[in-house]
Design a protein around this ligand. Structure first.
Ligand code: SAM
Length: 183
């Protein structure tokens, strides 16, 4: 059901949705493992929750009391996220407004940012602004993890983050690169 809903949304808004199907459990696991030790996390931000496959996995892995601020611009998908934990704050808005919500929820520092945004579909200048906004709100040593289906955005990401490692998983449709960027 979630897959059909995802496909319908891809057909309606291909550039924004960025994928025909939700991420595989292999990709989801690899993304969250890339963050390292999660025990001391107080706030993780998610960009592009979709129908919530990553959100639900994060919810299981993060310690009690850690907030997850999860953005999804598409209300139809956000309505399907279905999290059980009161620490998940779902935001039906553009990630460009992240700082407004950090203020609203009194969050000073973000431990990690987990992003599924289709960067290659976003204008270069907007993408640079977005990456700079992520960088300035991350704690020192915090990780920005982002998957993509190509290496097109590598140069752009490296222009903001000095420490970038690229991982790969073939176990996803389509196979995905994972950028692990440490502040
Ligand atoms: C490739 S899907 C990933 C969904 C899910 N996280 C997954 O891994 O299956 C990207 C999601 O980002 C959302 N999105 C795209 N641009 C956005 C923006 N500027 N602000 C918030 N969400 C956005 C899309 O609506 C879409 O659901």
């Amino acid at each position: 059901m979630a897959r059909r809903r995802f496909l319908v949304n891809f057909l309606k808004h291909p550039g924004v949705t960025g994928s025909i199907t939700p991420s595989s459990r292999f990709l989801v696991r690899k993304m969250v493992e890339s963050l390292g030790d999660l025990d001391s996390c107080r706030c993780v931000v998610e960009f592009g929750a979709g129908e919530g496959c990553l959100t639900r996995y994060l919810e299981k892995r993060l310690p009690e009391g850690c907030k997850i601020l999860s953005f999804e611009i598409n209300k139809d998908l956000l309505d399907r996220v279905n999290c059980r934990n009161g620490n998940v704050i779902l935001v039906n808005d553009d990630v460009a407004r992240l700082e407004r919500y950090l203020k609203k929820y009194n969050i000073r520092n973000v431990d990690h940012v987990v992003s599924s945004l289709p960067l290659a579909q976003i204008r270069r200048e907007d993408c640079l602004n977005l990456l700079s906004m992520v960088y300035r709100n991350l704690k020192d040593n915090g990780v920005y993890v982002q998957y993509q289906y190509s290496l097109l955005s590598k140069g752009l990401i490296e222009s903001v983050f000095e420490n970038v490692e690229v991982r790969f998983t073939p176990l996803n449709i389509p196979p995905a690169f994972i950028y692990v960027c440490r502040k």
